[in-house]
Design a binder for this molecule. Structure first.
Ligand code: TA6
Length: 297
C-alpha cells in the first residue's frame, strides 16, 4: 500500500529497518522483514503500513494521502493526543482536531529487530510552542511492536508539577476487502452516535458496515473481532488504558468530501480506535505515567 511512494534510502539502521525520504525530504522508517513489511513516518510517529507476508495488509493507507509537515496523514494509525475530536473551547480557538501529536515531528529513539519482528520507539516532548497550546510539560513515548501481531503502546508522562487530564486515541484505519464482507463483534452494547446528536443508543451484538458510522462505544470488556469473509480472516483487537472504542466509516459522502481519500476509499477501510473520550478524560498525576494501547492480531 506504499509502493506508489517513490522513496530514496538515506540510512540503513539495521538489516530490516531503514530511513528513507520522499522527493520533499519527508522522512519514513521502512521495515522489510522476512515475516512482514511496515512503514511509519517521524511526522506524527504515524504507522502507515503493516502487512504480514502472504496476507492482505492489516493497516490501510489512503492512496491520496498527503505527506507534508502541516497535515495529519489519512490512514494508518494517527496518534490523537492530548484531546480527541475538537479541542475544548477553554483551550482556545482554531486548534486542530485530535490534538497536536499527529502533526508534530517525533524523535526516533530506539529500534530492535529479531527473527520474529521489530520494535520501534519514538518520543515527543513538550516545547515552548506546545506549552502555548496545551499548558503542561509532558513526555510522550510510542512503542510500536510488529511481529505476528501489531501493537502500539502510547505512554504519557506528566513532567510538570501538577496533575493534568488528557484524551486521545490510537485511531487505527483497518484494511478491509469490502464493507459487505465484514462484520464486527465484541463491542459494548452502549454507544453514543455522533451522527445523531451524540444520542445514547444500544447496539446489536454484531455490527455491519452498510452506512456512515461514527460511534463512541463504552469500553468493551472482551476482545473485539473484525471478521472479513473475502480476506478469510478474523482480526482480533484488544485495547487497554482506554475508556472507549470509536468506530468510524465516512461512507460515500464522507469519502467524497476528503481531498486525501479516493471517492471509493470507504470501501476498503474501517476505523476501530482505542480511545479516551469525554470530559472526564484520563488524569495523570505529576511525575506519573499512563499508557494507552491497541493490539491487532
Ligand atoms: O474517529 C472518528 C472521527 O472523530 C470522525 O468524527 C472523523 O472526524 C474522523 O475522526 C477523522 O478525523 P480527521 O481529523 O482525521 O479527518
Amino acid at each position: 500500500m506504499i509502493s506508489h511512494l517513490s522513496l530514496t534510502k538515506v540510512e540503513t539502521i539495521s538489516p530490516s529497518i531503514s530511513l528513507q525520504n520522499d522527493c520533499n525530504g519527508f522522512e519514513f522508517i521502512i521495515i522489510e522483514h522476512e515475516k512482514l513489511s511496515a512503514a511509519l513516518t517521524l511526522h506524527g510517529a504515524h504507522l502507515i503500513h503493516f502487512q504480514k507476508k502472504q496476507e492482505p495488509a492489516i493497516i490501510w493507507l489512503s492512496k491520496t494521502a498527503i505527506f507534508d509537515s502541516k497535515k495529519a496523514i489519512r490512514g494508518g494509525v494517527p496518534v490523537c493526543w492530548p484531546w480527541f475530536g475538537p479541542a475544548d473551547s477553554h483551550l482556545g480557538e482554531n486548534l486542530p482536531a485530535h490534538g497536536i501529536a499527529r502533526t508534530s515531528k517525533w524523535d526516533l529513539i530506539n529500534t530492535q529487530e529479531s527473527s520474529d519482528g521489530v520494535v520501534i520507539e519514538l518520543q515527543l516532548k513538550s516545547t515552548e510552542a506546545s506549552l502555548k497550546i496545551w499548558p503542561h510539560d509532558f513526555e510522550l513515548t510510542l512503542v510500536i511492536t510488529l511481529n505476528n501481531e501489531c501493537k502500539l503502546a502510547l505512554t504519557t508522562e506528566n513532567k510538570g508539577n501538577k496533575p493534568f487530564t488528557y484524551g486521545g486515541a490510537l485511531h487505527t484505519y483497518l484494511n478491509i476487502s469490502s464493507p459487505e464482507s465484514v462484520n464486527i463483534t465484541g463491542l459494548n452494547q452502549q454507544f453514543t452516535n455522533s451522527l445523531n446528536n451524540k444520542c445514547p443508543e444500544i447496539g446489536d451484538t454484531t455490527l455491519l458496515i452498510d452506512k456512515a458510522i461514527d460511534s463512541i462505544y463504552k469500553k468493551s470488556n472482551v476482545d473485539i473481532h473484525l471478521k472479513d469473509a473475502q480476506f478469510q480472516r478474523d482480526l482480533t483487537i484488544c485495547n487497554t488504558g482506554n475508556n472507549a472504542e470509536v468506530l468510524w466509516s465516512p461512507w460515500i459522502e464522507g469519502a467524497e468530501a476528503f481531498a486525501d481519500m479516493p471517492d471509493n476509499g470507504y470501501q476498503t477501510m474501517f476505523c476501530i480506535e482505542s480511545a479516551i473520550t469525554g470530559l472526564a478524560g484520563q488524569q495523570v498525576a505529576n511525575g506519573e505515567k499512563h499508557t494507552l494501547t491497541t493490539l491487532i492480531k
